[in-house]
Design a protein around this ligand. Structure first.
Ligand SMILES: Cc1cn([C@H]2C[C@H](O)[C@@H](COP(=O)(O)OP(=O)(O)OP(=O)(O)O)O2)c(=O)[nH]c1=O
Length: 198
């Protein structure tokens, strides 16, 4: 049974998104999702993450029973290097190739947030720039063995061992981790949902 104090649904399987939403004191229930995350030909990285976040939000809303009017929040994160968008690594070789590409360079992390209310779809986009120090093959191998890269866009987690690679971050730490809290709090407020619940 749904706790009557629940404010929104979080349409996400990501434990990080749940952790971040808890951080700002929003009372939520989770909806799990299966989403096709393929990028369309000629789709910009910005359009791509926004489209996927909206699709996740709509899929979540479609799962609600009739008459359930609680808003649905969803997000999508991509690591962008030049023209390429790095998703989650397929395997060890893919993950090590991603780290080799990111090594010693600056990449962007885009996270789109979508908030679906019965009468409106609101979106926000967070962009961060992350500079990695150089990472050698041996370290990339050890990093894969920790299990951390497997389920993360770009094959790293800034909130974990991945912090060791981040020489500089310009933007939103929570956005890189998967849910930009400033933008999320603003969207929630626009929809009349208060954070900082105790
Ligand atoms: C870059 C980076 C990504 N990530 C994670 C956040 C997201 O969970 C994941 C990006 O994949 P997403 O497809 O955005 O999300 P997801 O499939 O994990 O979850 P959902 O059910 O909401 O679709 O990478 C980190 O945890 N730390 C990081 O530093």
């Amino acid at each position: 049974m749904l706790d009557p104090r629940t404010q929104i649904y979080l349409a996400s399987n990501s434990p990080r998104r749940a952790e971040l939403l808890t951080q700002i004191g929003v009372r939520f229930a989770r909806l799990s999702l299966e989403t096709d995350e393929r990028r369309l030909a000629d789709e910009s990285p910005e359009d791509y993450v926004l489209r996927i976040a909206v699709e996740k939000g709509r899929a979540g809303r479609d799962r609600l029973s009739r008459g359930d009017l609680l808003p649905v929040l969803a997000a999508d994160t991509a690591v962008v290097l030049g023209d390429s968008v790095l998703g989650k690594p397929r395997d060890s070789a893919d993950a090590r190739a991603m780290l080799a590409e990111l090594s010693g360079r600056t990449h962007r992390v885009l996270t789109a947030v979508a908030l679906m209310t019965p009468d409106q779809e609101r979106t926000a986009l967070s962009e961060s720039r992350v500079h990695f120090r150089e990472i050698d093959e041996e370290e990339a191998r050890r990093y894969w063995a920790t299990g951390e890269p497997a389920d993360k866009a770009g094959g790293y987690g800034i909130q974990g061992y991945g912090a060791l690679f981040v020489a500089n971050l310009e933007g939103s730490y929570s956005g890189v981790m998967g849910l930009p809290l400033f933008e999320t709090g603003r969207l929630l407020l626009e929809a009349g949902i208060a954070s900082m619940a105790r």
